[in-house]
Design a protein. Structure first.
Length: 76
């Protein structure tokens, strides 16, 4: 998941940080492509705060998995 997508789920980096209990600055230091742990935290917080439904989370994860597989196949 791209950091931009994570931020867009919450509306701003500050709102994302509040949802995760971290600062906006900490979110700013995240890599452009989030780690699996960061993705899990974002999705969990988004579900908890009713930003997305569990079904939307499944779709988001599926899309990210497909994107990752495409990038792996094009690298080979």
């Amino acid at each position: 998941m791209d950091k931009k997508i994570a931020i867009s789920l919450f509306g701003s980096g500050a709102a994302l940080g509040r949802a995760l209990g971290i600062s906006r600055t900490a979110v700013g230091f995240w890599p452009e492509t989030l780690t699996i742990r960061q993705q899990d935290e974002v999705i969990g917080a988004a579900i908890r705060l009713n930003k997305i439904t569990p079904e939307q989370a499944k779709e988001l994860v599926s899309n990210e998995r497909q994107r990752h597989e495409r990038s792996q196949s094009s690298a080979n």
